[in-house]
Design a protein around this ligand. Structure first.
Ligand code: SF4
Length: 325
């Protein structure tokens, strides 16, 4: 059996930065540090941070007025959230990924130019709520599919602009953008690509490795948008079976007998320690040969905010922040 391990996979620079922010804030300000929403969509990471002293909440109203910091997750938040925090004189740190903030700015730029904004994305995802919440009610319409383009009616066809969620399927999004441009030829594109480098690179790596695989496993959480897109990509390019797994226990080991080629990748919020457990299990059970399938090298790094730059990270903090343990 050959196991193809995709690269890039797992943690991206935005996830890495968000986890660093929580770890550094706990070190600097002491526990508890409140985090609004799962800092990144992964239970292993969330539970690890809880053990260090993070308390996860869904709403600011759950946080007592003790002066302890609150951190906003990497997915971004509507403007109403920092406004409410300021009103309550809360000390907040915003761990929104800089690439999500870039999409917020693109949406605001369209709005400032008098355009109605079409946001291509998935209903209910916190990033979508955050981007829609940058603009006044009614200024943004959510477009989930090509069918939505068909039924969308604009008040002024010459005053439209679009942006996208950062973690979408590149191919599906291209279909939606093509449909938008066909129906509204004057629609303005964002000044730069909205789908992020990490989403793009992980999908390209899966496209290269998945064809011909008997099974393709993506390590990630069910609420992780970019992980679910990787499963869809693997299926589309020809993996016989593709499955989202959270950890080694989710792999249907009994069904793998007779398989020759297995692919593995991981969404941007899945720590490497979970992938290593799976690889070890493959080696033990099948004497598998592990091959790397690398399509890009990532060097992106996002710095934490100034308030936290004076806090040192120990080796064990670093291992956790990097997903290694
Ligand atoms: S997946 Fe992309 S947008 Fe999301 S945190 Fe990572 S780099 Fe940022």
């Amino acid at each position: 059996m050959t196991v193809l391990l995709c690269g890039p996979r797992g943690f991206c620079a935005g996830v890495d930065r968000a986890i660093q922010i929580v770890v550094l804030a706990i070190k600097k300000y002491g526990a508890p540090v409140y985090v609004r929403h799962e800092i990144v969509h992964n239970r292993y990471v969330v539970e690890g941070l809880e053990a260090m002293g993070a308390v996860f909440v869904e709403d600011l109203s759950e946080i007592p007025d003790t002066g302890q910091p609150v951190i906003f997750s990497a997915h971004g938040v509507p403007k109403s959230v920092p406004e409410e925090a300021s009103k309550r004189k809360m000390f907040y740190l915003d761990a929104t990924c800089p690439l999500v903030s870039k999409v917020h700015k693109q949406a605001m730029r369209h709005n400032a130019k008098g355009r109605h904004v079409l946001l291509i994305g998935h209903e209910g995802h916190p990033e979508v709520a955050g981007t829609m919440g940058q603009l006044p009610q009614g200024a943004v319409s959510l477009i989930k599919s090509v069918d939505d383009v068909e039924i969308f009616e604009a008040i002024d066809n010459s005053a439209l602009g679009f942006v996208t969620q950062t973690t979408l399927s590149i191919d599906d999004t291209m279909d939606i953008i093509t449909a938008l441009k066909k129906k509204f030829p004057a629609i303005a594109a964002p000044s730069a690509e909205s789908i992020c480098y990490a989403t793009t690179n992980r999908q390209e790596a899966v496209k290269a490795a998945a064809p011909g695989c008997d099974w393709f496993f993506v390590v990630g959480a069910p609420n992780s948008s970019n992980s679910r897109r990787l499963v869809e990509v693997a299926e589309r390019v020809g993996a016989a079976n593709a499955l989202l797994v959270q950890c080694e226990k989710d792999i249907p080991w009994q069904d793998l007998n007779g398989s020759h080629r297995i692919g593995i990748s991981a969404g941007a919020s899945a720590p490497e320690v979970l992938i290593n457990e799976i690889i070890d299990s493959f080696k033990r059970r099948f004497k598998a040969k592990i091959e790397l399938a690398v399509t890009a090298i990532e060097e992106e790094e996002f710095r934490v905010m100034r308030e936290l730059r004076d806090v040192p990270l120990t080796n064990s903090d670093m291992a956790f922040v990097n997903g290694a343990g």
